[in-house]
Design a protein around this ligand. Structure first.
Ligand SMILES: Cc1cc2nc3c(=O)[nH]c(=O)nc-3n(C[C@H](O)[C@H](O)[C@H](O)COP(=O)(O)OP(=O)(O)OC[C@H]3O[C@@H](n4cnc5c(N)ncnc54)[C@H](O)[C@@H]3O)c2cc1C
Length: 460
């Protein structure tokens, strides 16, 4: 709970124009992409690393819980304020501190929008590969805290693979610097990898040194239609067994295709299309046609209906229409999307999607599945009406069964969205108690008063 002396201390440290307690502002910061809503006691807008260190020391002294926040685009309640906590918004920390094309790195404050990093990199023939669907507005601090990823992860990896080092502030207000500026470095424990994906529970990340790669010369896209989910997912297994690694390998199931039909985005798919793959290859101009030929050959098999290819910007954009129209289209099914982003081994994908069909049928739910099939990462969307209590109960029963199945198949609860508040009840099914105890003791070292993002990640 925010006391008057703590409020005065925050105002003295940051300035009165960076500390807000009025309801209008607190309401704006009460929510992320989940439907839940908890107003914080105040919202702080630090403008530098030193501001963050100062506010963390005040919070430590006065026992104030802090909820770090980027753009609030997270799907699991990660930036949802804990009751009585103070939101630390990184929106004002958006300076690019250094851009060093010779060493292929960029140093940014954690409030920089992800797409901006890629834009700057491209000005020198480089790019920043992690590409979450929200990259036009999410912030790098949120990406680091959640270890965000996107379609390119199948070839390039996730946020964690592009972090050379971090500057951060612990729960007691101490500065830590992790990693280095070089692409090799093994001095000390790898605290960088520990902080990335820690969901704001170990430290407030203030700056990041990120690795960049040269932009591939060209890219080409295939949109591949299949007669069934299993046919498409068997093709995914074949693709991941051969030598050409696609830079995107996305899947849409038959319900996703049904969802986009009313929008017209499925009009040019062959009749009988019950699953779709989007496959991309990038690289040198002379090599991409070779990669595409190999991919086409591998994609051919049981249930293949059609392969459309695109080699120009406009053609590629057209091929992605079906996939890109999905987010809006599913909103027509029901107002609320319970969005799970589970991962199963690639060889289990087809069985898992069959299981999702059975669950949808058994519980009479509208379920739309799509996702980053090349990583085995599926977004299972249960479309529900929150006012329909019976439907909500059936959805929660279905979710329990889905999570159990994911773990039985050797998968994991989340591929990129994280645990936040929404998946805490499942965590103990994946992480055993001894391992959890080690995690809790690490948390205790970084955050002795348990002030950083309470109520997230760990089960009760
Ligand atoms: C349309 C849409 C598409 C999406 N597509 C993808 C996708 O393809 N891939 C993907 O991975 N995710 C995706 N997401 C989810 C979300 O955008 C990501 O999780 C993103 O990384 C969140 O960034 P943010 O700035 O909004 O962070 P927030 O939602 O504000 O916060 C996320 C977490 O990070 C913590 N945090 C934020 N800043 C800091 C900091 N500086 N230090 C410590 N902790 C901090 C917060 O406390 C919270 O736990 C999507 C979301 C939407 C709405």
């Amino acid at each position: 709970m925010l006391s008057e002396p703590a409020l005065i201390a925050f105002r003295t440290a940051l300035g009165t124009d960076r500390v807000f307690t009025d309801l209008a502002i607190c309401t704006l910061y009460a929510q992320d992409e989940t439907p839940r809503h908890v107003e914080p006691d105040a919202v702080l807008f630090p403008s530098s690393h030193d501001d963050v260190a100062a506010l963390a020391r005040i919070a430590f002294e006065h026992h104030i819980a802090l909820t770090p926040r980027g753009a609030g685009s997270g799907n699991v309640g990660g930036a949802l304020p804990a009751p009585g906590s103070v939101v630390v918004s990184f929106e004002c920390m958006k300076r690019v501190l250094e851009f060093d094309p010779d060493n292929r790195l960029i140093v940014v404050e954690s409030g920089v929008v992800t797409e901006e990093i890629d834009r700057i990199a491209r000005s020198a023939g480089l790019f920043y590969p992690p590409d979450p669907g929200s990259s036009a507005y999410c912030r790098i601090g949120g990406n680091l805290a959640m270890n965000a990823a996107g379609p390119r992860a199948v070839k390039y990896g996730v946020t964690r693979d592009f972090v050379l080092g971090l500057r951060a502030v612990t729960g007691s207000g101490h500065e830590i610097r992790t990693g280095c500026r070089t692409t090799k470095g093994v001095t000390g424990y790898d605290l960088t990898r520990l902080l990335v994906g820690s969901e704001g529970t170990l430290a407030l990340i203030t700056e990041a040194t990120l690795k960049l790669l040269p932009v591939p010369e060209t890219i080409a896209t295939l949109r591949v239609s299949y007669a069934s989910n299993r046919d498409a997912l068997d093709a995914v297994s074949r693709i991941m067994r051969q030598s050409v690694i696609p830079c995107a390998l996305e899947f849409m199931d038959h319900r996703a295709i049904d969802a986009i039909r009313p929008t017209g985005a499925a009009d040019d798919l062959p009749s009988g299309t019950r699953a779709l793959l989007m496959v991309e290859a990038d690289g040198a101009k002379e090599d991409v046609p070779r990669q595409i030929a190999i991919l086409q050959k591998t994609l051919a098999g049981q249930g293949l209906l059609d392969i459309k290819s695109g080699f120009t910007h406009d053609d590629i954009k057209l091929l992605w229409t079906a996939r890109k129209s999905l987010s809006q289209a599913v909103k027509r099914i029901a107002p609320l999307k319970l969005n799970e982003d589970v991962v199963v081994p690639i060889s289990q994908l087809a069985d898992f999607v069959d299981f999702i069909d059975e669950i949808a049928h058994e519980h009479q739910l509208a379920v739309v599945s799509f996702g980053h099939a090349g990583n085995g990462n599926l977004h299972i969307n249960l479309m529900v009406h929150p006012e329909d209590r019976d439907e909500m109960a059936r959805a929660h029963t279905a979710l329990d069964a889905i999570m159990r199945r994911v773990l039985e198949l050797g998968g994991t609860l989340s591929g990129e969205h994280g645990i936040g508040t929404e998946k805490r009840r499942f965590v103990a099914q994946e992480i055993d108690s001894d391992t959890m105890a080690v995690m809790r003791s690490i948390k205790q070292q970084f955050d002795p008063h348990q002030l950083l993002n309470p109520g997230k990640l760990f089960p009760d």
